[in-house]
Design a protein around this ligand. Sequence first.
Ligand code: 5GP
Ligand code: ZN
Length: 114
Amino acid sequence: MDDCLFCKMVSGEIKPDLVYETDQVIAFRDINPQAPLHALVIPRQHIATVNDAVPADAALLGQMVLAAQHIAKQEGYAKPGYRLVMNCNADAGQTVFHIHLHLLAGRQLGWPPG
Ligand code: 5GP
Ligand code: ZN
């Protein structure tokens, strides 16, 4: 997708602060962190929203969760805990339309979320 911010990060046109990458996903620090660790895990493949995922994407979605698990362990947050969030469309506050898994850790996170 030519005009997608996160596709530009995948292609290297924009250089994010990478924390992890595999052949299927990349992960980088959020520009506006909401916790001491706030990373975004995205698939290299463009999928606009969770609504657009299909059964053939199941393994890729699983890879996103496993990447987040890897980063949480790498940064020392596996035991204290962390939160994984995917926002879909307006009511959830999705602002970038290339799916991304938020990984938040390093502080006590409130529940329910706002
Ligand atoms: P959403 O609200 O769509 O779930 O999350 C989008 C996230 O992308 C936000 O947390 C926002 O701070 C982050 N973001 C937006 N633009 C950029 C950018 O240019 N670089 C990085 N690293 N994060 C971004
Ligand atoms: Zn994209």
